[in-house]
Write a protein that binds this ligand. Structure first.
Ligand code: UDP
Length: 319
């Protein structure tokens, strides 16, 4: 297939683009490089630097779009909600309009567990209430809603994948490494590994008074290569007039303290930790039921162990 990957110079988008190229698809990456890196675009893909609001120029002739380009920092979204609504919802609506004009009928959308907010139960099912607690999650949920409407009205074939906590790195068949390298890093595993590398003195543990076994937040960690594979399955499975939504996680929760212990084991470093206040908007427990995507698309995680996720991220960090 001829596929457009928006945000394909970012962490997850670049792994998906690499897997698509390996699977024999013709891939074009559209990325404005606001947070991505041009050298993350796989060598077998064509790269166009630009905004999703200008996707019209690259869409003609495409069979489908995998849409990752978005603002994704929860804290920033609380401070600048307009930026998140404009980019994530406004940008996607412009992309969807351009897709209609160019008669591109398939989209796989990078959604998030943040659409659920503070879940009532664990693991979270796709049918559970969506009550986002920040503009980031709200903007992604609004796109999910728009996709349902567009599928019903215009026959769009759409799949939303709601990611839980993504980690690890991917080494492609050609030996190229795709890893997380955010300028502003908020995620737990890369922040812990940065301390192990000596780049920072201590890792902050945001809150130890949650209603969880050790008091720290529990999350469901999924390997980026497993997550990426689900996009290929979703693109193949999407069908006109339908919008399908799938959670993507491992179905097992690990606390911040447990992740820290795994990181200490894997790196052999002590990794000092300092307890800080809770981070605003963090739910206590966020664990996915991925039963639906396993049942309907035959997806199965190949690297479900947190140890492997941490070790893969650690092994490729430049020393
Ligand atoms: N966290 C932490 N220290 C950090 C980064 C994150 O204690 O430096 C905690 C955070 O409060 C949450 C969990 O680790 O409970 C996972 O956070 P992350 O930002 O990785 O993902 P999120 O679940 O927010 O998408």
């Amino acid at each position: 297939m001829k596929l457009l990957v928006t945000g394909g110079a970012g962490y997850i988008g670049s792994v998906v683009a690499a897997q698509l190229v390996e699977a024999g698809h013709q891939v074009t990456v559209l990325d404005d490089l606001s947070t991505g890196h041009a050298d993350a675009v796989p060598s077998g893909a064509r790269f166009v630097e630009g905004s999703i609001t200008d996707a019209g120029g690259v869409l003609p002739g495409m069979d489908g779009v995998l849409h990752f380009a978005a603002k994704s920092l929860v804290g920033e979204s609380v401070e600048k909600p307009g930026l998140y609504w404009a980019n994530n919802l406004g940008g996607t609506l412009a992309l969807l309009d351009a897709m209609r004009t160019a008669e591109v009928g398939r989209i796989v959308f990078s959604s998030t567990a943040a659409t659920y907010g503070e879940p009532e139960r664990s693991p979270v099912l796709e049918t559970d209430p969506t009550r986002p607690t920040n503009p980031y999650g709200a903007s992604k949920l609004a796109v999910d809603t728009a996709l349902t409407t567009f599928a019903g009205l215009y026959g769009l074939a759409a799949v939303s994948l709601r990611y839980f906590n993504v980690g690890g790195a991917h080494t492609a068949e050609d030996g190229r490494v795709y890893r997380e390298r955010h300028t502003v890093e908020t995620h737990l595993i890369p922040n812990v590994l940065a301390v192990a590398l000596g780049g920072r003195d201590a890792v902050s543990v945001f809150g130890t008074d949650y209603p969880t076994p050790d008091g720290t937040c529990v999350r469901d960690y999924i390997h980026v290569a497993d997550l990426a594979r689900a996009h290929l399955l979703a693109m193949e499975a999407c069908s006109p007039g339908e919008h399908k939504i799938y959670n993507l996680g491992n179905g097992t929760g690990f606390s911040v303290q447990e992740v820290l212990s795994v990181c200490r084991e894997v790196t052999g470093h002590e990794i000092p930790a300092v307890v800080q206040e809770r981070r605003a908007g963090d739910p206590a427990v966020l664990v996915a039921s991925s039963e639906k995507i396993q049942r309907e698309l035959g997806w199965k995680p190949e690297h479900p162990s947190v140890r492997d996720i941490v070790a893969d991220a650690w092994d490729v960090l430049p020393r």
